[in-house]
Write a protein that binds this ligand. Structure first.
Ligand SMILES: [Cu+2]
Length: 121
């Protein structure tokens, strides 16, 4: 189930790309719609991964391990919500607050906007 994508990754104009750098996601805040597939290309020089704080997904399980430089993991969001993610290799959990710091990011998934209907008055 490995996707053989070794080419350079261009930034998607639709904003469906969150790059993994050393050691941060960029951008670290992303707004997408239900049904969108987000790409996580590893643009750094070391391994990274993508794990939802609440356990909604774990890229290591779905991909079969950490993502090496040049590899890309993709995930399709099927439910609305706010997904806080972290890289297990470069983030730490505060035992007091339960918050993750370091290589962390937030992806907000909204219901698709109505098509062809003007919003507001
Ligand atoms: Cu990392």
């Amino acid at each position: 189930m490995l996707s053989g994508c070794g080419d350079a990754v261009a930034i998607d104009p639709d904003g469906l790309v969150m790059g993994m750098f050393d050691n941060r996601y960029r951008p670290d805040v992303l707004l997408v719609s239900v049904g969108d597939t987000v790409e996580f290309p590893n643009e750094g020089n070391v391994d990274h991964n993508v794990i939802d704080v609440d356990g909604a997904f774990d890229s290591r399980i779905e991909y079969g391990g950490d993502h090496k430089p040049g590899e890309t993991w993709t995930y399709t969001f099927t439910e609305p919500g706010t997904f806080d993610i972290y890289c297990s290799l470069h983030a730490v959990k505060n035992n007091s607050t339960g918050e993750w710091t370091g290589m962390v990011a937030t992806i907000t998934v909204e219901e698709p906007a109505d098509q062809g209907e003007p919003t507001g008055g």
